[in-house]
Design a protein around this ligand. Structure first.
Ligand SMILES: Cc1cc2nc3c(=O)[nH]c(=O)nc-3n(C[C@H](O)[C@H](O)[C@H](O)COP(=O)(O)OP(=O)(O)OC[C@H]3O[C@@H](n4cnc5c(N)ncnc54)[C@H](O)[C@@H]3O)c2cc1C
Length: 321
């Protein structure tokens, strides 16, 4: 059984795996080019919701396992995790409530003002909605919480380290966990990974917005209120471009403001991240490196890295043992 573990990546996947291994007595070090809020994870809206990740038969069990852990974390105010009502809208007809949402108590309802505003697009006469309570991770708090929980359990983080291949990891570690997100395209030479670029605008808190609003038929629109600000989104295009596009920001702010029936707020920050979508599905598997050491790959979570984080980390731990 491996006792010393090197994790590559300090986004939500690497940090969560780090907590799982370090709290169970493994000597664990995370190596990463970028840490926490600088990563793709730092750009996420970070609602619990299975989206843009495959395959469903694995994604849903991982997501439901993660849901339970996150609900427990809401009891710790330092975690940055809270429960929020999510209203999922569809502009183009009747929305199908998925079975897993029914299991979590989904109900058909909706804020009529948002529904009316969304319906105001003449080409889209129908609006349907269901709502359910989900965990929301405030990334400005949660990623630091994970890092400090990892370090309290004895874990170490080495930042500004970039590997060209996994064999470069110090041979003193007998297990490597690859949580490199879209970086696994080069690190694991995985051509199946596709960057699903997402851009968001961070705006000041919106008075009276108490629930998260998501509409994922085009144009993708979401408004997620957090403790100190609000995330307006969003986009999902295949692109590697990490530079925020001002025209896209204006379009996001315009559509969110229209749907919420508010004046356009000022933009505090723009963020872009590359969702690590893998065409053949999340890669969670064990492999041998050329030097004989074991690697467990844990990447390709697409638009669901937060939603799958604890379920996948537990699965990695089982594979390691
Ligand atoms: C706009 C947007 C909104 C989103 N909203 C949600 C949401 O509401 N809910 C949800 O669940 N998910 C959401 N996602 C998806 C989620 O952000 C990702 O699935 C998740 O961040 C992936 O996390 P990760 O830790 O696997 O990868 P990342 O966060 O990308 O971290 C990868 C880590 O690996 C390191 N690394 C990469 N290559 C190397 C290398 N060669 N050497 C050393 N280090 C390396 C990086 O520096 C980094 O530390 C959203 C994404 C975006 C962009």
């Amino acid at each position: 059984m491996a006792r010393s573990v090197a994790i590559v990546g300090a986004g939500v996947s690497g940090l969560t795996c780090g907590v799982v291994f370090a709290e169970r007595g493994f000597r664990t070090t995370i190596f990463a080019e970028q840490i926490g809020t600088q990563t793709t994870s730092g750009a996420a809206g970070a609602l619990w919701f299975p989206y843009d990740a495959e395959p469903a038969d694995k994604v849903i069990p991982w997501a439901l396992a993660t849901y339970k852990v996150l609900v427990d974390l809401t009891k710790d105010p330092r975690s940055g995790v809270s429960m929020i009502e999510l209203r999922q809208y569809c502009r183009t007809g009747k929305i199908q409530v998925p079975d897993w949402a029914n299991q979590l108590g989904a109900r058909r309802s909706g804020d009529s003002s948002v529904a009316v505003a969304l319906r105001a697009t003449p080409s889209r006469p129908q609006v349907d909605c269901y709502s359910l309570n989900v965990p929301l991770m405030d990334t400005t708090i949660y990623l630091d919480y994970l890092a400090s929980r990892f370090q309290k359990a004895g874990g170490e983080i080495e930042a500004n380290v970039r590997f060209e291949k996994l064999e470069e990891v110090d041979p003193g570690f007998d297990l490597i966990v690859n949580c490199a997100g879209i970086g696994a395209r080069d690190l694991a030479r995985d051509a199946d990974l596709e960057p699903h670029r997402g851009q968001v605008a961070i705006v000041p808190r919106i008075d009276n917005l108490k629930c998260a609003i998501v509409c994922d038929d085009a144009p993708l629109m979401y408004a997620i209120p957090r403790a100190n600000d609000c995330v307006f989104g969003g986009t999902n295009d295949v692109s590697d471009n990490l530079v925020p596009d001002p025209k896209t920001t204006s379009a996001i702010v315009a559509e969110c403001s229209r749907a919420l029936e508010i004046e356009k707020p000022r933009v505090l920050r723009e963020r872009v991240g590359l969702r690590p979508f893998r065409k053949s599905g999340v890669r969670l598997e064990r492999e041998k490196l050329r030097d004989g050491r074991a690697v467990i790959h844990n990447y390709g979570h697409g638009g669901s890295g937060f939603t799958l984080s604890w379920g996948c980390a537990e699965n990695v731990f089982e594979m390691a043992n």
